[in-house]
Design a protein around this ligand. Structure first.
Ligand SMILES: Cc1cc2nc3c(=O)[nH]c(=O)nc-3n(C[C@H](O)[C@H](O)[C@H](O)COP(=O)(O)OP(=O)(O)OC[C@H]3O[C@@H](n4cnc5c(N)ncnc54)[C@H](O)[C@@H]3O)c2cc1C
Length: 534
């Protein structure tokens, strides 16, 4: 039987789900095909031990809570409930010290703690946060809209004024090592920002790391690091419920192996099971860019310049992740870490700079920096009272993702937790490991455990994401849109990649659509040469 719908969406990660909602809301009939037996992509949870839930990939959602795209979905009506840990983030830099930097829920508590560490840093923190509050709305709109963000960018420039806008632009380019020195006198405040910068794979001393550090730190102070009550999967389940309520059909266990191309246009898809679904209007792919173009489309359909760009595509760092069930909680020596949902763990500013440059240089590092989640502290429903469902992950150099390298890093990571929390090993009553290959097997987009759909460094952002072009979801194949984290604005659970792709597909099918499509193809021909090599 030949199936035909308005749009096929490939991949039920948060971006594919958001794209399906946007298209179905516009009245399109939509089929969303997911390769795995479960929806959610890198936003899933499971009962790894009886009565205890673990988040299998992502866990904390400041971007989702702040994202105008996700807020508009009103997921609370579909079962989503956000909860928070008593403190947002702790940074543990020295195992022999029983004090640590803490980002509290309340800005004045954070400021008071930072001021005790270095007089003056409290006021500096509050001033930075006041600036964030003033600029937050236009800034988030600008981040999460199609590139270039004309209207929201203008609103931001108006709100900030010329001088502050220029200062912001400079801050966005300043490496976090330098930015934190300019902003704060003491190590505690610097560590909070630098630890947040390390959520992306931008080296500490590279342009752009300051922007990530600032953005995540300010979000942490503003909306906290919330988690869905009951497990990460509740977030994507709410998105799926929202999509179904609008009429989208979601089919799991349906790996798409081919985008069917007819006359240079994406006509539909073929699945591993031989199912063919034709799309009258669009195919949207929540699939990483390299696999989409080389495996699902095929290089024979691509202009040579794009094939060359594909060879230059840079993945972000491989990841290893551990999940533990801990009886009695993690016995941190620094009591400040006991109430934090997120713990940044391992080393100080100098160590972070060395660790990130080791990784960027492809070297095994004797240092470690890990992100650790105390999920029961954030959400008491995750495991029985008195236990902690926890995880930690860290990265490997890009070329060193094999089992031997992973094993070394896993050992170092567990030893590091033990150093900061003596007695930890003896309390572990459940343990699972996710090596780079495990992460990729559970979700084809996580290439060697890369978490962000490609590097977040400046040379692969905006008009360079995923390759040099327009920074837009339209592709060289008419009717095919990039809807996943490989597209602008990139990794993280904010739904913007899916929403922007859906908006572009809808616009191309409106009254002025043919003119838009012609313009877009003319610009792409300028960039890539003749688009249809076959
Ligand atoms: C370990 C880890 C920790 C993270 N921590 C955080 C965090 O705390 N907060 C945060 O905001 N972000 C975090 N992230 C990043 C975030 O999870 C991702 O950026 C986000 O999930 C990307 O969403 P997506 O929809 O683009 O892709 P994904 O979530 O990767 O979903 C893609 C989906 O498409 C499916 N798919 C792929 N190819 C095909 C095909 N050919 N046919 C059918 N289906 C296909 C996959 O199976 C998958 O379900 C983390 C990621 C990882 C891996």
């Amino acid at each position: 039987m030949i199936e035909t719908v308005d749009a096929v969406v490939i991949g039920a990660g948060p971006n594919g789900l958001v794209a399906s909602v946007a298209l179905a809301d516009a009245g399109w009939d939509v089929v969303l095909l997911e390769a795995q037996d479960e929806i959610g992509g890198a936003v899933r949870s499971a009962e790894l031990w009886p009565g205890a839930t673990a988040d299998l990939f992502s866990a904390f959602y400041p971007l989702a809570a702040a994202s105008p795209v996700i807020r508009r979905l009103e997921l609370e009506r579909h079962g989503l409930e956000w909860v928070q840990a008593p403190a947002v983030i702790a940074h543990l830099a020295d195992p022999d010290v029983d004090d640590c930097a803490v980002l509290h829920r309340n800005p004045s508590d954070t400021a008071a703690a930072l001021d005790r560490a270095a007089p003056g840093d409290g006021d500096a923190w509050l001033a930075l946060f006041a600036q964030w509050q003033r600029l937050r709305n236009p800034l988030l709109e600008a981040l999460f809209t199609p590139f270039p963000p004309v209207r929201s960018g203008a609103r931001l420039a108006y709100r900030a004024g010329v001088s502050e806008a220029l200062q912001l632009a400079r801050m966005a380019l300043t490496p976090v090592t330098r930015l934190t020195r300019e902003l704060f006198a003491g190590e505690a405040a610097r560590l909070l920002m630098a630890g947040n910068a390390m959520h992306a794979d931008v080296p500490m001393d590279a342009a752009g790391s300051g922007l990530y550090g600032w953005l995540l730190t300010m979000l942490a102070q503003d909306v906290g690091f919330p988690v869905p009550k009951g497990g990460a999967g509740k977030l994507t389940q709410a998105m799926a419920s929202r999509a179904r309520a609008s009429g989208a059909v979601i089919d799991t266990g349906q790996p798409v192996t081919e985008v069917i191309i007819r006359g240079g246009r994406a006509a539909g898809v073929r699945t591993a099971g031989g199912r063919e679904i034709y799309a009258r209007r669009a195919v949207l792919a929540d699939v990483d860019a390299p696999r989409l173009f080389t495996e699902l489309v095929g290089v024979q359909h691509l202009p040579g310049a794009l094939v060359a760009d594909l060879a230059r595509f840079e993945w972000d760092l491989p990841t290893v992740k551990l999940n533990w069930l801990v009886d009695g909680g993690i016995p941190w020596r620094a009591t400040g870490a006991r109430k934090a949902g997120t713990v940044h763990l391992g080393t100080d500013m100098a160590g972070l700079a060395r660790w990130s440059s080791d990784l960027a240089g492809g070297r095994d590092s004797d240092l470690i920096f890990a992100l650790l989640g105390q999920m029961t502290t954030a959400d008491p429903t995750r495991s029985a009272a008195g236990t902690e469902s926890a995880w930690a992950y860290t990265h490997l150099p890009r070329e060193r993702y094999g089992p031997v390298d992973a094993e070394q890093v896993i050992k170092r990571l567990e030893e590091t937790v033990e150093q900061f929390a003596p007695g930890f090993h003896d309390r572990v009553i459940g343990r699972t490991v996710q090596r780079p290959s495990d992460l990729e097997a559970a979700n084809g987009n996580l290439h060697h455990g890369a978490i962000n759909g490609g590097t977040a460094q400046l040379h692969q952002q905006l008009i360079f994401r995923p390759f040099t072009g327009l920074g837009r979801p339209e592709t060289v194949i008419d009717g095919l849109y990039l809807a996943g984290a490989s597209a602008h604005p990139g990794g993280g659970v904010h739904g913007a990649c899916g929403w922007i792709a859906a908006r572009s597909a809808l616009a191309a099918n409106r009254r002025l659509g043919p003119a838009r499509r012609r313009t877009s193809r003319a610009v792409m021909t300028k960039i890539y040469g003749r688009l249809d090599p076959s």
